[in-house]
Design a protein around this ligand. Structure first.
Ligand SMILES: Nc1nc2c(ncn2[C@@H]2O[C@H](COP(=O)(O)OP(=O)(O)O)[C@@H](O)[C@H]2O)c(=O)[nH]1
Ligand SMILES: [Mg+2]
Length: 218
């Protein structure tokens, strides 16, 4: 069993000051909280510190850039990566951490509990890509891994190079090629609890994501 003090939850955040108090407050006791801030202008870093998180500032923009900085900065054996927008519940993480015993990578399968919050084009794109991962790489996933739990050393050894939206997908592709055992667990998915979407809820974010995915899809 993993000791909670040996787990760091990495939250990539850009302008998530509204959601962070609730998110950080829901992190299970003992887990380290690490917020990676990418040029936020809404006080994200101060709010994060005030709610018990360590903060890493990353100068290079991009989701993958923030995640990589967080994984690198973590000092625990296990790292979990989760969005800081309130759409996911850190209280569900122990189930995923427990599944790491038999697997090298545990990914969350987002189960929406609300009609809004997950745009149809994002859901469709996600389903199409997951299907392709199942047929081409023979891994049993139904989501592209927006939430991930793994051992830090394993993750760094995979040498994921994508620094934008393609990071989660490239991680799955490289993990499958490396022969990792990949487990999937359901997680609840809600509309974000403040702020605005940077990826699937904006036209620019969607275009960038489709472009980034196309580069790493097998
Ligand atoms: N640090 C950092 N975080 C980011 C960046 N882009 C997105 N995020 C965070 O990644 C998570 C997912 O982004 P979000 O805007 O919710 O995308 P959506 O769920 O597709 O609408 C959120 O916690 C964002 O704050 C970025 O460039 N840098
Ligand atoms: Mg979101």
């Amino acid at each position: 069993m993993t000791d909670p003090s040996d787990v760091t939850v990495v939250f990539p955040c850009r302008n998530e000051a509204q959601s962070l108090p609730g998110v950080l407050g829901a992190v299970p006791d003992g887990y380290h909280r690490l917020v990676v801030d990418n040029g936020s202008t809404d006080g994200t870093a101060d709010v994060a510190r005030a709610h018990g998180a360590d903060v890493v500032a990353e100068a290079v923009p991009g989701y993958g850039s923030a995640v990589h900085a967080g994984v690198t900065a973590a000092r625990t054996t296990v790292v979990a990566v989760m969005d800081g927008d309130g759409s996911m519940d850190p209280a569900e993480l122990p189930d995923l951490v427990a599944a790491l015993g038999a697997a090298q990578l545990v990914v969350g399968r987002r189960r929406p509990v609300h009609r809004s919050g997950w745009p149809w084009h994002a859901r469709l794109g996600n389903a199409v890509i997951a299907r392709r991962l199942r047929s081409r790489l023979h891994i049993d996933v139904h989501d592209i891994g927006a939430v991930r739990v793994a051992r830090r050393d394993d993750l760094l050894a995979l040498d994921i190079r994508d620094r934008r939206s393609g990071y989660p997908l490239q991680l799955l592709v490289l993990a499958a090629r490396a022969g990792w055992v990949i487990a999937e667990r359901d997680i609840t998915y809600r509309p974000r609890t403040g702020g605005v979407s940077k990826v699937s809820g904006s036209v620019r974010g969607t275009v960038v994501a489709v472009y980034d995915f196309a580069k790493v899809i097998p």
